[in-house]
Design a protein around this ligand. Structure first.
Ligand code: GDP
Length: 305
């Protein structure tokens, strides 16, 4: 794990979210290494927008490495400002960006060099500029402290422990919840928009395995896109069909074109990832959807929805 003096204590912020839970699972299933101590924290343990609480958390845990997943819509500039003070003693920090922070007007496929090439989409400029600042911060840390803090850029993540709320959630968990309701009431499934937009979906457990590789092996400051290939991009219609198949739903499917399609596509290149890990096996999309649907059915009561 790079500079490996002494024990390795990895603090995962946002530890109870979609990606945090997936990392907990792959570590519990045997992906942890001897000598690694994993500490997962959520907003219940410390409010990271509060400087004193964050300092107390870092003093208590004394992490050598941080996977920074905690995020808020709004307030992120404040996090970034304070986090600067706490992370100087940490050997490595891996933060999480998103493909929606890239310039609105761009060429495809998007790659890691393009983050700052133009304004983001107006619908999420606050979030995008805040996330872009993490990359600025990582470069500054390297320049000033020689630290190789970095960031990953996943495409659309889904899996167990996602937010299955129909109004607020993302498309796959939303569709899974909707199919569940359509089946129990015998009604049609309503997919929002035309079904033609295209997305690259990554299974949270695959992303978790890649996070561990980034933490241990990836030594660049420049971020890395974690995604399935361009050839594995699917339309929203195909995604809805995968959910319907997985849940054995044979009812009517309606496309509500009064709802927004959002960005038509944000196709990202996983060329850099493939250059490092040519043999990494992604879970086949249909299998990952099936596992997520099963998890939702088995955990219906506790699932966020
Ligand atoms: P995005 O990738 O950031 O745009 O986020 P989403 O995961 O919310 O994907 C949005 C795409 O899925 C848009 O094209 C929506 O029109 C389409 N979509 C279809 N049905 C649903 C649904 O039930 N929920 C959501 N969130 N999006 C849906």
């Amino acid at each position: 794990m790079g500079e490996s003096e002494g024990p390795t204590r990895i603090l995962v912020t946002g530890g109870s979210g979609l990606v945090g839970r997936a990392i907990q699972k792959v570590v519990a299933d045997g992906a942890g290494l001897p000598g690694e101590e994993w500490v997962f924290v959520s907003s219940k343990d410390a409010d990271l927008t509060d400087a004193a609480q964050t300092r107390a958390l870092f003093e208590k845990v004394q992490p050598t490495h941080v996977i920074h997943l905690a995020a808020m819509v709004g307030g992120l500039f404040r996090n970034i400002k304070y986090n600067l003070d706490f992370w100087v003693g940490t050997r490595k920090v891996v933060s999480c960006l998103s493909t929606c922070i890239f310039p609105d007007k761009t060429t495809y496929p998007i790659d890691e060099t393009m983050i700052h090439n133009g304004p983001p989409h107006s619908s999420n400029f606050g979030y995008s500029y805040a996330k872009r600042m993490i990359d600025v911060q990582n470069r500054a840390y390297f320049q000033q402290h020689g630290r190789t803090f970095t960031a990953v850029i996943p495409t659309n993540v889904f899996g167990p422990h996602d937010n299955f709320n129909i109004e607020d959630g993302h498309v796959l968990p939303g569709l899974i919840h909707k199919v569940h309701l359509a089946k129990s009431s015998g009604s049609a499934l309503t997919v929002w928009g035309t079904g033609t937009p295209r997305r690259q979906f990554i299974y949270s457990l695959d992303l978790a395995r890649l996070f561990l590789w980034v933490l241990r092996e990836y030594s660049e400051v420049e971020p890395i896109i974690l995604s399935v290939g361009e050839e594995d991009e699917v339309s929203i219609r195909e995604a809805a069909e995968a959910v319907a198949d997985a849940m054995d739903f044979h009812g009517e499917v309606i496309f509500d074109t009064s709802k927004s399609d959002g960005q038509f596509k944000k196709t990202a290149s996983n060329g850099k990832l493939r250059a490092h890990l040519p043999d990494f096996q992604f879970t086949p999309f249909k299998q990952a959807v099936k596992e997520t649907c099963n998890w939702f059915a088995e955990n219906y009561k506790q699932a966020r929805k």
